[in-house]
Design a binder for this molecule. Structure first.
Ligand code: SF4
Length: 402
């Protein structure tokens, strides 16, 4: 596939061709993908499909449309051909100053429920020099936040050397010149455990946000064993403590699966207790759905009503926890780094710990007759309000230091 005179448009009606990068991690996402394919086909657009779905659900796709399938290599070469607008050579820009850089694809996991590993295949790490040159390129084109992604960050390099090279990669990235911050993506406890000390030490660098995304998935050892996650609750907690001791003001993100076969009410109680212990800043809750081709597909799947009720309990406990933690921050001041312009006259700023702070920039600029806030600016802000997923802050003026 070659791109001649291509430009990226922002609505389906203006497009002549549509590329859908698919995900198939849970049944709900897959249904949403199929709905998009039907919509695009109904509107007579040329449809190209890439990502995980063609690898594991090609027949389901062909039932609703007749697309062209493209591989991720073809997508990368297509990106390189498209004149830089919202897409740059190999990585991607989200909004105007956040660049997403993939460091590996595939993983070494054997998680019993996971269809992603069937779709993505074994771990393939991107060479370190290539990642560093993508980041240098993004920074020189205005990126101030680099989001590193992979199915499992801490497995980085294990396909080449047999051991995790994540700490070395982070050292190489922090040596790149420029004012930017790095958000490290998800690190699987199984591959993180042997290198946790080195990785936590690398997180202490000013250029790395003090935010560690370490998915627990289940709250008890018997569920983790049934999922074949390869660690125990106490291994997970040891790593969290190690990170907390090494990285100042660390925030934790974690993921949980609710309704995995064999889960009981006491597993949920244990999970709630675990969440109270680690007080995550971010929590992704996924209701388990059996995926064809995985070992767990053949296990007993509990009725949806149990999964719904359990996930509601977990989400509401998390919201209460978040609100309690956020309220303690009202009136406090932080040095922040502005990373995104938002649509409604506001900007997103991040603390060193990756706390999201929304600043109503248009009001502030009017009141203080100051110059507009731009991505990459450093400011001092006072927290004036909170929502579950972000804080609200005002910039402190020079004369009125708050
Ligand atoms: S680590 Fe487990 S859950 Fe993550 S992509 Fe690999 S197999 Fe799936």
């Amino acid at each position: 596939m070659r791109a001649h005179h291509v430009c990226v448009v922002d609505t389906l009606s203006r497009a002549t061709a549509v590329i859908v990068n698919t995900c198939t991690v849970i049944a709900k996402t897959e249904r949403e993908m199929l709905r998009i394919f039907r919509d695009v086909t109904k509107q007579g657009k040329k449809l190209y499909i890439t990502g995980c779905m063609p690898a594991v659900e090609r027949d389901e796709i062909l039932k609703v449309c007749n697309p062209a399938f493209i591989t991720s290599d073809e997508i990368h070469s297509l990106h390189a051909q498209i004149e830089q607008s919202c897409v740059f050579a190999q990585g991607r820009f989200r909004n105007n100053a956040v660049a997403i850089v993939q460091i590996a694809h595939g993983c070494l996991g054997t998680c019993q429920y996971c269809v992603t590993r069937l779709a993505r295949g074994p771990l393939v790490s991107v060479p370190m020099h290539q990642i560093c040159s993508e980041i240098s390129f993004a920074v020189s084109h205005g990126a101030v936040e680099i989001q590193l992604t992979a199915q499992d960050m801490s497995a980085y390099g294990m396909d080449k050397t047999g051991q995790s090279e994540l700490a070395n990669l982070l050292h190489a990235i922090t040596a790149i010149a420029g004012d930017f911050r790095v958000r490290v993506g998800m690190m699987n406890p199984k591959t993180l455990h042997p290198v946790a000390k080195e990785v936590a030490a690398a997180f202490s660098h000013k250029k790395i946000f003090s935010f560690a995304h370490i998915p627990i998935q289940g709250g008890t050892d018997h569920l983790l064993a049934a999922m074949d996650r390869g660690y125990t609750v106490s291994t997970f907690l040891d790593m969290i403590h190690l990170f907390e001791q090494t990285v100042p003001d660390l925030l934790i993100g974690t993921d949980v699966i609710v309704g995995f076969p064999g889960e009981t009410e006491s597993d949920i109680d244990a999970l709630l207790f675990l969440l109270q212990t680690i007080k995550p800043y971010r929590l992704n809750v996924t209701r388990y759905s059996p995926r064809k081709g995985t070992p767990a597909y053949h296990m007993y799947d509990m009725p949806d009503r149990f999964k719904k009720e359990r996930s509601r309990r977990i989400v509401s406990a998390f919201h209460a926890l978040r609100s309690e933690c956020n309220k303690l921050l009202i009136g406090k001041e932080f040095e922040v780094y502005i990373t995104e312009k938002r649509k409604e006259g506001s900007v997103m700023a991040r603390t060193d710990s990756y706390h999201a702070i929304v600043i109503q920039s248009d009001e502030m600029e009017k009141e203080m007759s100051s110059s507009p806030l731009s991505c990459g600016d450093h400011r001092r802000v006072k927290i004036t309000g909170e929502r579950v997923h972000y804080l609200i802050g005002n910039v402190c003026s020079g004369k009125d230091r708050c």
